[in-house]
Design a protein around this ligand. Structure first.
Ligand code: ADP
Ligand code: MG
Length: 254
């Protein structure tokens, strides 16, 4: 992870009518990190993400993405980011190869379809339609579509919500893989275990405000330093580990 700031958000505010969804948040994201926006439903995570993605107007504040100011360089920002669409964005009658080519066309970029599908482990589904995929495969495919323009930064809004443990771990591997190639990843989640494993730093958002921002390790150490102790001794495995052990993670990838 470098020390170069690829995203700077200062005093971001978003009001829907007279409801304040985002109440003046500030944070920076460094090049090559996996940065998590964590928080309960309604905290303002998606709103913040969609503003950075240039998809939703802000009320006030400043957003700089890779040196470009959202206020007057949104077009330049769009070219260097990858945005995960909701599934409704995919034409039902096209197969995965055709969909990838379609996305490439939107950016006016030649796309290596095989390479992209290989990256998300869906090469053998190239001729299948999106609706024929499992939940985990759908998520991996939608992540592939964020990569067609070779973005410097990708935004993933709750990519693992609703997935079973195998598919979740699979997606974590994919996200780490993408980051290892130099792409900065901004992810929202309400799974704390996921954030702890995946994210270099997290901002905990509640009621439209950032209430903590640090590496998961540091946040945990800070809590322990206050004298906090878990009520029960921590076991070396949890129920999810039992499930994965019993059902054989290596035998299937969904
Ligand atoms: P999160 O992604 O953390 O669950 P959101 O950013 O989606 O939170 O929503 C933050 C708050 O803003 C919620 O209270 C939500 O109901 C409200 N909200 C989101 N979108 C709209 C909208 N288009 N109009 C009015 N209120 C909205
Ligand atoms: Mg959301």
């Amino acid at each position: 992870m470098s020390e170069k700031e690829v995203i700077t958000v200062r005093n971001l505010v978003k009001n829907y009518g007279d409801f304040e969804a985002v109440k003046g948040i500030s944070f920076s994201v460094y090049e090559g990190e996996i940065f998590g926006l964590l928080g309960p439903n309604g905290a303002g995570k998606s709103t913040t993400l969609e503003i950075m993605e240039t998809l939703r107007p802000k009320t006030s504040g400043e957003v700089i993405i890779d040196g470009f100011n959202l206020d007057h360089e949104a077009d330049k920002i769009k070219r260097i980011i990858g945005v995960q669409l909701q599934s409704s964005g995919f034409y039902p009658s096209l197969n995965l190869s055709e969909l990838i080519i379609l996305f490439g066309g939107l950016y006016n970029e030649p796309v290596n379809v095989r390479e992209l599908l290989h990256l998300v482990n869906l090469e053998d589904k190239a001729k299948n339609q999106y609706k024929e995929l499992s939940g985990g495969q759908k998520q991996r495919f939608s992540i592939a579509t964020t990569l067609v323009n070779k973005p410097r930064i990708i935004f993933l809004d709750e990519p693992t919500t609703g997935l079973d443990p195998h598919a979740r771990r699979n997606l974590w591997d994919l996200i780490r893989d993408i980051r290892s190639k130099g792409t900065t990843v901004i992810i929202t989640t309400h799974y704390m275990d996921e954030a702890e494993i995946l994210c270099d730093r997290v901002a905990i958002v509640d009621h439209g405000k950032i209430i903590a921002l640090h590496s998961p390790d540091q946040l945990i150490d800070d809590l322990v330093a206050t004298g906090f102790e878990r009520p029960k001794e921590v076991k070396k495995a949890n129920l999810e580990d039992v499930f994965i052990h019993l059902t054989g993670r290596s035998l299937r990838n969904e």
